[in-house]
Design a protein around this ligand. Structure first.
Ligand SMILES: [Zn+2]
Ligand SMILES: [Zn+2]
Length: 320
């Protein structure tokens, strides 16, 4: 009898300890699971379908997924086309809008860049479908994630450390650090890296910031990352602040990054697609609109609208 009591108390202590650990380490994740939409959604546009050419343009597909044609090379950042951002297909945050461009309607994709391994950025089913459709596709991932992709049957995977540089077909590719973290499960926190991708083609410099909180380090970024032509910066998943400020920038901080790096044109991503936090659906674009001026050219739009790189001067587009 006594031994059972001891075991029971032991089990209770272990469970309590584990719950406290999970809560403190994964407050942000729990915030995600707790978030529910109210049925309202921003919809998607099909303007991309009406264009003669998507050469040197980008289109937001939803969440952090961007299709970019850069001097003839077709690139996807953080592709997720699945119904849910989750390790399993039947539970987890569900998308409230479809991908603006279906995976089967994409042109041949040459390169995929993954910012970190959270499920809303690294979606294995999407990567598998992309590989099936594009034999020569190359996946660029943060250091530590290559083995995951290989284990899931993907090939042509390159992993980069922070500030590593690859030159490929006149492209300069650099993986840079941001303030965030990584994890696929409960016991692999920060086991692989997290960051953003810098691309330089013959004519343009572009960066995708993945997921990031604000960090002073952006001011001290090397010279080549100053004056970017175009940057994709997250503007959603920031509420409540006390939970999210260590993980995700709010629109004001996104504009701070824009200013710190003297970016020419920024486009806000990571909102309106999955309910991952508590801000109102239309708050990120509304706040961005209030923060833009002649000197701050920071835009966002409904997914599915192509923006052409030689004409990046549109100010923030009203969503609602
Ligand atoms: Zn993340
Ligand atoms: Zn995210």
């Amino acid at each position: 009898m006594n031994i059972f009591r001891v075991l029971l108390i032991g089990l209770a202590i272990v469970s309590l300890g584990l719950s406290m650990y999970i809560y403190s380490e994964f407050k942000s994740l729990l915030n995600t699971l707790d978030s529910r939409g109210d049925g309202e959604n921003i919809g998607v546009s099909n303007v991309w379908q009406q264009q003669e050419s998507l050469d040197n343009s980008f289109t937001w597909i939803g969440h952090a997924t961007i299709y970019l044609n850069l001097d003839g090379v077709n690139v996807l950042f953080d592709p997720i086309f699945s119904e849910r951002s989750s390790p399993v297909s039947f539970i987890g945050p569900k998308r409230i809008i479809p991908p603006a461009i279906d995976i089967k309607n994409l042109p041949k994709i040459d390169k995929v860049f993954i910012s970190h391994n959270h499920y809303d950025h690294l979606d294995i089913p999407s990567l598998r479908q992309l590989q099936e459709r594009n034999e020569k596709i190359i996946f660029y991932v943060p250091m530590g994630d290559q083995k995951l992709l290989l284990r899931k049957g993907l090939s042509n995977v390159r992993e980069l450390n922070w500030w590593d540089e690859i030159v490929d077909k006149n492209f300069q590719i650099v993986f840079f650090p941001v303030k965030h973290w990584s994890a696929r499960g409960f016991f692999d926190k920060k086991a692989s890296l997290w960051g953003g991708w810098y691309l330089k083609s013959n004519n343009y410099t572009v960066a995708h910031f993945g997921d990031t909180a604000y960090d002073d380090r952006f001011i001290k970024f090397p010279e080549f990352m100053q004056n970017l032509d175009l940057a994709f910066i997250p503007i959603g998943s920031y509420a409540p602040r006390e939970v999210e400020m260590e993980h995700h920038v709010n629109p004001e901080e996104a504009v701070k990054i824009y200013n710190d790096l003297n970016i020419q044109y920024a486009y806000g991503i990571h909102w309106g697609t999955f309910f991952l936090s508590k801000e109102d659906l239309y708050e990120p674009p509304a706040l961005i609109k209030d923060l833009t001026s002649e000197d701050v050219i920071f835009s966002t739009s409904q997914p599915g609208i192509p923006f052409y790189l030689d004409n990046l001067n549109q100010v923030s587009i009203p969503i609602k």
